[in-house]
Ligand binder design. Structure first.
Ligand code: ATP
Ligand code: MG
Length: 545
């Protein structure tokens, strides 16, 4: 694996190591997804960062399901998350569920009460909000703030035993109602929720809040560096408070970095889930989706995604990365890896009138111009062929070097061909081009006469393989208000024709379609009978350094 270089996070870790803050402990990070949806490309950023940081220090990285919220989680997502992390090329050290720590979290809350650092409050969520104060005014103390330890212990136990309804009581940390940081104004750390949990069933009817649970999860696993996104920066004092209040030895350090935002991409599990549920996309793994399952099916490679995550680096300020950089990384990775094939997306028939009726031959074409190691293949050529409709113009515009009446072009790997006649149907649609070839000009031969300015691709009509090709544009486009909206034209289906060798493809195989772009045989839909390809990325890069 490539060296990840250094960044401000590594600098902080270096300093901790120098100062011996974690004497005897290996550097330990974690990726802590909430199992409430499929992972997206933003999560890939966090996965790469956590795993490569652990690798750099010869440490550990855990995969931990942050499943402390009983109502939103689903086991379907658990399997998908593990598959996605493995697909990216990483293997976790420990695999944990935060809900396995509910007993310890409860014990810690009892300990906070004993230490006079937590109390049971009767306020509703609304009242807590209304007494929290503002950025300029301190909050008001709860009338229950100074209950005795004994009373708090009894009430908290009763909360656990199911004596109260949802919302009737909460456990709050006793910190500082005048703190300039509103997160520190006696935050709620336990709430009542009579809800079944996918892991613990009906054992609990009180559940810990994220800001209380997360530092404990990290600390229990002996995580040393808890890397999270910037919106948790204001929560760090609370993270530290929880562990300090319990005198936790060698508490983990929370470090924040900027979350990844991409142009033309919406990265919110909730929003993506809505698209799946209302049928706007085929599923979580629709090739247009920014989910890891989607980009995998789209044909992106884990190498390209990791390269992308490395190139964007880690920042301390939020910004939006141009999605064309990700596409650039995909092209760079596929460029020398995949073989080329000729495919016609919108076929127009060509008849070579001076080519013998019953003759046929094979021409040899290199599989990858930039990588001779990939060898070559034989492609059938005969009197009837197809070309791309776009490669012909009856009245050529300026600098058009492809087919037009009277013009000669090279058919890739074969001959010079001249277009002589255009055949049309009754409505005036072009149905066929009648052309001639020059037998002297066969590719790879010794012809050194005139030159032509254009080379186009073609397929042999007799042996062509029908393909369904899905050509994509962005799933989201920017509306006038600057917000992203679903693009109604993000998928175009082409009834295409491919060269004979494409009869043999297996699902998941990638190719460059000559002059068109990179394509993958769809994992799910490509069968022996029906060949379905997804466009991975087009050939041209719009990304500028
Ligand atoms: P979403 O809002 O899409 O549901 P989330 O942050 O709620 O995302 P979690 O499952 O809680 O998703 O996230 C797991 C980890 O991935 C967290 O550490 C989170 O900070 C990180 N993460 C999520 N989105 C991004 C992103 N866009 N860029 C970088 N890291 C991210
Ligand atoms: Mg979340």
């Amino acid at each position: 694996m490539a060296d990840t270089g250094t960044n401000f996070i590594h600098n902080m870790i270096d300093k901790d190591l120098e100062e011996g803050r974690y004497e005897g402990l290996p550097v330990c990070t974690r990726f802590p997804p909430e199992p409430n949806g499929y992972l997206h490309i933003g999560h890939a950023k966090a996965i790469c960062l956590n795993f490569t940081t652990a690798q750099k220090y010869g440490g550990k990285c855990n995969l931990r399901y942050d499943d402390t919220n009983p109502v939103k989680e689903d086991v379907e997502y658990v399997g998908s998350i593990e598959g996605d992390v493995r697909w990216l090329g990483f293997q976790w050290d420990g695999l944990y569920f935060a809900s396995d720590y509910f007993d310890q979290m409860y014990e810690c809350a009892v300990e906070l009460i004993r230490r006079g650092k937590a109390y049971v409050c009767e306020y509703s969520a609304e009242e807590i909000k209304n007494t929290r104060g503002t950025l300029t005014e301190p909050g008001k103390a709860s009338p229950w703030r100074d209950r005795s330890v004994e009373e708090n212990l009894r009430l908290f136990e009763e909360m656990k035993d199911g004596k109260y309804a949802d919302g009737e009581k909460v456990l709050r940390a006793k910190i500082d109602m005048a703190s300039p940081n509103i997160n520190m104004r006696d935050p709620v750390i336990y709430r009542i929720a009579h809800a079944s949990h996918h892991n613990t069933g009906d054992k609990w009817c009180i559940y810990p809040m994220y800001d209380y649970a997360h530092p404990l999860e990290d600390a229990i696993e002996k995580v040393t560096h808890s890397i999270c996104t910037l919106e948790f920066e204001d929560h760090r004092p609370l993270y530290d408070w929880v562990l300090q209040a319990l005198d936790w030895p060698m508490p983990p350090r929370q470090i924040e970095f900027a979350r990844l935002n991409l142009t033309n991409t919406v990265m919110s599990k909730r929003y993506l889930k809505a698209l799946v549920e209302d049928g706007s996309v085929e599923g979580w793994d629709d090739p247009r989706m920014p989910t890891i399952a989607g980009i995998r099916r789209r044909g992106y490679t884990p190498e390209a995604v990791r390269d992308f995550c490395e190139r964007i680096g880690v920042a301390k300020a939020n910004s939006t990365v141009d999605v064309s950089l990700l596409e650039h990384c995909v092209r760079e990775d596929l460029k020398t890896r995949v073989e080329s094939r000729m495919v016609i997306l919108d076929p127009l028939k060509v008849v070579i009138t001076n080519y013998p009726e019953d003759a046929a031959e094979e021409v040899e074409i290199e599989n990858n111009k930039e990588n001779p190691e990939l060898g070559s293949r034989k492609v059938p050529f005969s009197r009837e062929l197809y070309v791309e409709r776009e490669d012909f113009m009856e009245i050529p515009e300026k600098k058009y070097f492809r087919l037009f009446p009277g013009n000669e072009v090279r058919f890739k790997g074969a001959y010079f061909i001249t277009c002589n006649e255009v055949v049309k149907d009754e409505e005036g649609n072009i149905t066929e081009l009648r052309c001639t070839y020059d037998p002297e000009t066969r590719s790879g031969g010794s012809f050194e006469g005139r030159k032509v300015k254009g080379t186009i691709h073609w397929v042999d009509a007799g042996t062509a393989v029908p393909l369904t090709v899905r050509v994509y544009s962005y799933l989201f486009t920017e509306g006038e208000d600057g917000r992203y909206a679903l693009n109604p034209d993000s998928e175009k289906l082409c009834r295409a024709l491919g060269e004979a060798s494409l009869a043999e493809v297996s699902p998941g195989e990638r190719f460059q379609f000559f002059r068109q772009g990179y394509y993958i045989a769809d994992e799910k839909l490509c069968t022996a009978e029906e060949k379905v390809f997804n466009q991975i990325v087009d050939l041209k890069s719009s990304w500028k350094k």
